[in-house]
Design a protein around this ligand. Structure first.
Ligand code: ADP
Ligand code: MG
Length: 235
């Protein structure tokens, strides 16, 4: 599993992730504790109290998000109980686009997708692959938020024995350093970000025998390219 920048292989294990999880959840807890102490002090102006409560609320929400996203990441990807069968990637992509359309509209970001009319079959759990698409589309939209003329374009095609999906945005992009850290759990440049979305994507795609690569230019945009092995009847 490679990243275009730096060609760095992701080898972070879930137990390493668990160690940082403790750290990541402890941070918001410590912050909330501190602000509660401040609130208890008498003589605080009303709007100051209000501001502290807002901070507490958003910190608690962040902790909550980290925990629920962590649950998704920590599920063993090759769980035998997990229903896996031939699924149509075109269909899952279409659904993911519809799920994310309101978010794109809300952020004033164009969102379009191109896919073949015929089914593109791969062996996977539809819920997981959809979650991968949604995470990537969400990041692309967030990268374009506030960028005039921001848009996200997805394209699914078949190349030999692979399904190839590109997710392109003309958003803020990444520096080399930022790109090199992608996929490490809890790496986020967003306020309120969890930095777990991509870690989930990388891990899930790897478990499906897929790869993900990226090209990004700071202030120009980003393109992720996913390769997944096609499923054929005779397999
Ligand atoms: P989160 O979205 O919670 O920050 P992710 O794991 O989804 O966590 O993404 C990690 C980081 O990768 C983001 O904070 C951002 O800095 C960077 N990133 C991901 N996708 C893009 C993109 N399309 N354009 C620019 N930066 C991105
Ligand atoms: Mg994200």
């Amino acid at each position: 599993l490679f990243i275009a920048y730096g060609q760095k292989e992701k080898t972070e294990t879930i137990s390493q992730v668990a160690a940082s999880l403790v750290h990541e959840v402890r941070n918001p807890l410590t912050a909330v504790k501190g602000f509660l102490k401040l609130i208890r002090e008498s003589g605080l102006e009303r709007d100051k109290v209000q501001r502290y409560i807002d901070i507490c609320e958003s910190e608690m929400e962040r902790a909550e998000r980290i925990l629920s996203e962590y649950l998704a990441v920590s599920k063993p990807p090759n769980d035998r109980q997990e229903p896996v069968g031939p699924i149509d990637l075109s269909l899952q992509l279409r659904i993911s686009l519809e799920v994310m359309r309101p978010y794109a509209n809300m952020n004033n970001v164009g969102l379009e997708g191109q896919m073949p009319d015929e089914p593109v079959s791969i062996l996977a759990n539809p819920e997981r692959i959809k979650q991968v698409f949604i995470n990537l589309i969400k990041n692309a939209i967030e990268a374009c938020s506030g960028v005039p003329g921001g848009h996200v374009t997805l394209e699914l095609r078949v190349e030999q024995d692979k399904a190839v999906l590109t997710i392109e945005d003309n958003g803020i992009g990444m520096t080399k350093e930022q790109a090199g850290r992608l996929g490490s759990a809890f790496y986020s440049t967003k306020t309120g970000g969890t930095g777990l979305g991509l870690a989930f994507c990388y891990q899930t795609l790897q478990a499906m025998g897929g790869t993900i690569a990226l090209k990004s230019a700071y202030r120009e945009g980003t393109r992720f390219t996913i390769h997944l092995p096609l499923y054929r009847e005779r397999d």
